[in-house]
Write a protein of this length. Structure first.
Length: 403
């Protein structure tokens, strides 16, 4: 793996940025390792309830473009810090509020608001801090570093629940520790030296005709991603009976795989171009969706569970191909400000359909079965590839320097 200094400019604030990414990743790993089991075992959420909770978790993504427009006078670094504050508040709420559907969903919403505020800024800052022609590698390295933090969080959950019998009593302490870690990450961001300039139009709500295909690709990707992100783990918990330790082991293995795969995917994007990557990833996705939805019809339940776990990991790896759309934006853009504004808008665009998938995905599972749910995911992926095939590449990928 290449050194960060080979990819990022020395005068950028990438060191502190990546330090904060590790802490936020660690906190998220602790949170994600237990949240599905918390919702199922303590809050008693059904598959439909899970869909409702995801509707509100994804709502900040739809509102993001308006929030960032209101923060137009702030740099990307300052907005990144604001996101950390909301994440801290949401996680602290989860540790103390009663385990009712309304209060738990409210805490999820506040944390998600901060996470979504940071999401567009992470990609933007990575691209701005990168050296010429290293945008794909920069995004890949950013994803890899975040995976390190999440992996540590998952392994901590595995160790905790290996020694603790009554797992339900440990959910709230995990949320409290996670909130403290996010607060430490916020402290690290205060040392960031970068001060990325805002765009000339003084806004981040940015629609331009040349980005029309990017926005549509974000819609397809958001819908496909939502099905696996929301219902993939919940299928394992509700349908197969996986506990928090098993889920965290799965997430840990997934993090290891994506950690090593992310920089490689970034290099593939830089070498072969974003268009090819956006088209090819769906071929694997169709196979993944088929086995996730139909494994229990083909294999005994214990074998089907393992098959689904393997396919969940494969989905995590091929999801890295979404970095290609950010490089596509960079290829079309005329300035770093335009990249930031377009990516932030894209985050909201993909949530237009994501919140609908979240709301109705649980109903589809409950009424029509998980088979229909994952057939839908495969169909959306195929639409994504078909649309990506219509992209015209404006510039050839920049050649890589030798040595």
């Amino acid at each position: 793996m290449k050194k960060l200094s080979d990819i990022f400019r020395a005068d950028s604030g990438y060191k502190v940025f990546f330090l904060s990414m590790i802490t936020f990743g660690l906190a998220y790993g602790l949170y994600k390792g237990v949240i599905d089991n918390y919702l199922a075992e303590v809050v008693s959420m059904s598959s439909f309830d899970k869909g409702v909770s995801e509707f509100f978790r994804e709502m900040p993504g739809l509102l993001l473009v308006f929030l960032l427009a209101a923060l137009y006078m702030f740099s990307a670094e300052k907005i990144y810090r604001i996101g950390a504050l909301f994440m801290t508040a949401g996680m602290a709420m989860q540790a103390v509020v009663p385990a009712t559907r309304v209060m738990v969903i409210l805490a999820i919403f506040v944390y998600s608001l901060g996470d979504h505020i940071q999401l567009g800024m992470r990609n933007t800052m990575s691209l701005q801090y990168a050296k010429e022609g290293r945008g794909g590698e920069a995004l890949g390295m950013q994803s890899a570093v975040h995976q390190i933090g999440m992996l540590a969080g998952y392994l901590a959950i595995v160790a905790l629940f290996f020694f603790v019998d009554n797992s339900s009593r440990m959910f709230r302490p995990v949320f409290a520790v996670s909130a403290c870690i996010i607060a430490l990450g916020f402290g690290a961001t205060l040392k960031m030296r970068g001060d990325s300039a805002t765009d000339d139009a003084k806004r981040r709500f940015y629609f331009r005709r040349k980005y029309a295909k990017y926005y549509m690709l974000e819609v397809f990707y958001g819908a496909r991603k939502q099905i696996f992100f929301t219902f993939g783990p919940y299928v394992l918990v509700l349908f197969y009976g996986a506990n928090a330790m098993v889920i965290s082991i799965l997430f840990a293995v997934s993090s290891v795989c994506t950690f090593f795969a992310a920089p490689a995917v970034g290099r593939i994007i830089d070498r072969f171009g974003y268009k090819i990557v956006m088209i090819m990833d769906t071929l694997i996705l169709v196979v993944v969706c088929f086995f996730y939805g139909f494994a229990h019809h083909i294999f005994p339940m214990h074998v089907a569970f393992v098959v689904c776990c393997v396919n969940y990991i494969l989905d995590s790896v091929i999801s890295l191909a979404s970095m290609a759309s950010n490089v596509y934006v960079q290829d079309l853009s005329d300035s770093a400000d335009e990249v930031r504004a377009t990516i932030s808008t894209g985050v909201s665009v993909n949530h237009l359909i994501t919140i609908l998938i979240a709301l109705f995905g649980g109903w589809i599972w409950q009424a029509l079965g998980i088979e229909t749910l994952f057939v839908l995911s495969a169909a959306l992926g195929l639409c994504n590839s078909a649309y990506a095939a219509t992209i015209r590449v404006n510039r050839r990928p920049k050649p890589q320097t030798q040595g």
